[in-house]
Design a protein around this ligand. Structure first.
Ligand SMILES: NC(=O)c1ccc[n+]([C@@H]2O[C@H](COP(=O)([O-])OP(=O)(O)OC[C@H]3O[C@@H](n4cnc5c(N)ncnc54)[C@H](OP(=O)(O)O)[C@@H]3O)[C@@H](O)[C@H]2O)c1
Length: 258
């Protein structure tokens, strides 16, 4: 089977490296020549990656077409190509609806939306899919945790949650910088904070789902440090800003598909 990527940006590279390095994937992958340095590097690093000069030729040669250009580029890129009814179209583009994709990629009807995240390069992280698709799930399960829903409105909730990434990294960096500002060596501070956030995230995955909401309470000794910190953050509106931020992103994703 041949998978072709329209767009050779950050997330395309993460998926390709994850597939070959982590999952031992061995089929051919085509990438567009755009982002010439990145596509050339991928072809250099993996013998099964081939750079294809134009999108039309890439689409013709591919059994599955991964749409990995920016959302505002999807319409123009898709509309200039021809599709076979048996081709699978997998779109990564945020806010581009299944209905829009069906219109622009007709007569192809086998269309799936996915949201992989950058840690997929290391075989980690969620891969949201809509609708559920056995083929796409088999591929992405090699390098991530597939979570598929039939309802596109629910899929947008995953899209909103995927926007937490920058805030998370800022939190790790800010705590590290705060320690270093107090005189600690930066490497020592980072060793502590990255191990802390890694361990806490790992703990959430191990927790039974129904006990997830009890994790916070379980580490709050009355009058203790965790209780004091959380109270301060709640008071300053941190938890409200989390849900408000998610609502904003959701509204943006929902309106983009109109
Ligand atoms: N980054 C993430 O974490 C992430 C996660 C999930 C989903 N997504 C989605 O994945 C898509 C790609 O995101 P990204 O972060 O990888 O973006 P990116 O790094 O900006 O990559 C976009 C790619 O599209 C190429 N491109 C632009 N116009 C093209 C055309 N006409 N034909 C072929 N290729 C063209 C660009 O080439 P040039 O550099 O030559 O312009 C570039 O290689 C977006 O729709 C985004 O919503 C991203």
């Amino acid at each position: 089977m041949i998978i072709g990527f329209l767009g050779t940006g950050v997330i395309t590279e993460a998926i390709i490296r994850g597939l070959y390095d982590v999952a031992g994937y061995d089929d051919t992958i085509l990438v567009s020549e755009r982002s010439a340095t990145r596509s050339a590097q991928l072809a250099h690093d993996y013998r099964k990656v081939r750079v294809v000069c134009d999108n039309r030729s890439l689409a013709e040669q591919s059994d599955w077409i991964m749409v990995s250009v920016l959302p505002e580029q999807v319409r123009d890129v898709l509309k200039e190509l021809d599709y076979r009814p048996d081709q699978k179209i997998i779109s990564l583009a945020a806010g581009v609806s299944l209905e829009q994709l069906r219109t622009w990629a007709a007569p192809a009807t086998d269309i799936v939306r996915v949201i992989p995240m950058p840690p997929i390069e290391h075989g980690l992280g969620p891969v949201a899919l809509c609708p559920p698709d056995a083929g796409a799930e088999t591929l992405f399960e090699k390098i991530g945790t597939c979570v598929a829903v039939s309802d596109e409105a629910q899929f947008n909730l995953f899209g909103a949650a995927s926007a937490l990434m920058a805030d998370f990294f800022d939190q790790v960096a800010d705590v590290t910088t705060w320690m270093s500002g107090k005189g600690m060596d930066l490497t020592t501070a980072a060793r502590y904070t990255t191990a802390l956030y890694h361990a806490l995230s790992d703990l959430t995955v191990r927790q039974p789902v129904e006990e997830l909401h009890m994790m916070s309470a379980a580490c709050q000794t009355p009058g203790g440090l965790n209780a004091q910190f959380l109270a301060r953050r709640t008071q300053s509106g941190a938890s409200r800003s989390l849900t408000e931020g998610l609502e904003d992103i959701l509204a943006r994703l929902e309106s983009a598909a109109d």
